[in-house]
Write a protein of this length. Structure first.
Length: 122
């Protein structure tokens, strides 16, 4: 835990267990957008313990079931940014669960691949 890390201080908790918790995203991209966050301050998804990873996956499932009942989305995006080059701005792992709704964008083809749709050709 670091004193300057907002994710080390659980807030707006929807679900939790010993290793992780689920909270609403403060910069929501859609109705029901949540974050699943390990309690331990760890920067990379790949540096989480096996128990932390299992907890995150279990809480993703629990959050999805809750969001299905509350918002009835038509799909989901799940995303993790690892490292600044990948867009990670807070160096505490957080997994996005983003409900998607038919018509929320003109053409959802490609899903999260659209992040790199304008990449330079090599």
């Amino acid at each position: 835990m670091t004193s300057d890390c907002e994710l080390c201080r659980p807030d707006q908790v929807l679900f939790e267990d010993a290793d992780a918790y689920v909270r609403l995203d403060n910069n929501s991209l859609s109705r029901g957008h949540v974050l699943v966050i390990p309690r331990r301050h760890v920067a990379s998804f790949f540096d989480m313990t096996a128990a932390e990873k299992a907890s995150v996956v279990a809480l993703l499932d629990r959050a999805r079931a809750h969001l299905d009942g509350e918002f009835h989305p038509d799909g989901y995006n799940i995303g993790v940014n690892v490292g600044r080059a990948a867009g990670q701005s807070r160096m505490h792992v957080h997994v996005h669960l983003i409900p998607r709704y038919t018509g929320d964008v003109a053409d959802p083809s490609g899903g999260i691949r659209c992040v790199l749709s304008k990449r330079p050709q090599h």
